[in-house]
Design a protein around this ligand. Structure first.
Ligand code: BJW
Length: 252
């Protein structure tokens, strides 16, 4: 059953449930960073990048075909991070740790904003945009040596170009991180999904695993998604507005 939010009632219900929860997991997506000024993944194809599909940019094939283009896209996004800060939603999610015995943020985002906001336990399912490794062998780069504004990817000592340390379509997620996330989905009392379109797997499967294992699933999103019908509570609205209300009620 899914409850759309037209009143305060479902936020109150969420806060009540959190008060007695032992293990809480949050799955976050690009929508939680939107209020920081970072376009969501599917909004990102605007301006200079409007002519490219995510599949042309966020795949190993895309990088092999046009490494300069893909490098420049990630360089512009990494540069953008210098101008932005966590928003009220990120801070509220970090604050939730004071009210529940165990909290893990499982994020699909590569922007590091949960950690900047103070969340201590963060699983990065899709890696980080500020980490680099070489394409051929996966040799890690010293990030300090990766300048902004390069038009081509710099090369590793082995000669292979560096690539961003993110997970592209068709690539496996880091096995240990995914396995921890799946374990949490199976064992959480409350599984909250915020700001994701719920179409990219295996992340999108986690709320269904949680529901199947008996968790209460709560979704926060301005728009319904493929997860909405499975959610027990649907808090319809922006993360940066809904989360602070939940924390406000936990404090009161
Ligand atoms: C707000 C808001 C506000 C707005 N507040 N909300 C099972 C079925 C079908 C396909 C597959 C499957 N298993 C695997 C696949 C293939 C593929 C896949 O899922 N394809 C689908 C598109 C169909 N998955 C993979 O390839 C994964 N690898 C894998 O499974 O390996 C094994 C395997 C391979 C091949 C076949 C089978 C198995 C890897 C996925 C890697 C995804 N990588 C990216 C790029 C990361 C680097 C980068 O950032 O550039 O990750 S793609 C992109 O999508 C990015 C995101 O993390 C991810 C999810 O996007 P997200 O976060 O949901 O963002 P949006 O923009 O889509 O949505 C934003 C939402 O926010 C919207 O709902 C808004 O309404 C909302 N919103 N404002 C709250 N203020």
């Amino acid at each position: 059953m899914s409850n759309s939010i037209n009143s305060h009632v479902f936020i109150e219900k969420t806060a009540e449930l959190l008060k007695s929860a032992k293990r809480v997991a949050i799955l976050s997506g690009a929508g939680v960073s939107k209020e920081s000024g970072i376009p969501t993944f599917r909004d990102a194809q605007t301006g200079l990048w409007a002519n490219y599909r995510p599949e042309d940019l966020a795949t190993p094939q895309g990088f092999l075909q046009n490494p300069d283009l893909v490098w420049q896209w990630y360089d512009s996004r990494r540069k953008k991070l210098l101008e932005v800060s966590p928003n009220a939603g990120h801070y509220a999610m970090a604050e939730l740790a004071q009210f529940v015995p165990e909290l893990t943020v499982i994020t699909q985002n590569v922007d590091g904003l949960h950690q900047q906001a103070g969340s201590k336990v963060v699983l990065e399912l899709h890696g980080s945009i500020t980490a680099f490794r070489c394409f051929a062998k996966g040799h890690p780069a010293n990030t300090d040596n990766i300048e902004f504004g390069l038009t081509s990817p710099p090369k590793c000592h082995c000669g292979s170009p560096y690539r961003p340390g993110v997970v592209w379509f068709g690539e496996s997620l880091p096995g240990d991180v995914l396995s921890k996330a799946q374990q949490l989905a199976k064992s959480a009392d409350i599984f909250i999904v915020a700001g994701t379109s719920g179409i990219v797997h295996p992340a999108a499967s986690l709320p269904f695993i949680a529901k199947e294992a008996g968790a209460t699933v709560i979704e926060i999103n301005p728009e319904p998604t493929p997860i909405t019908d499975t959610a027990d509570i649907f808090l319809q609205g922006p993360s940066g507005q809904i989360w602070p209300k939940i924390i406000g009620l936990l404090k009161s």
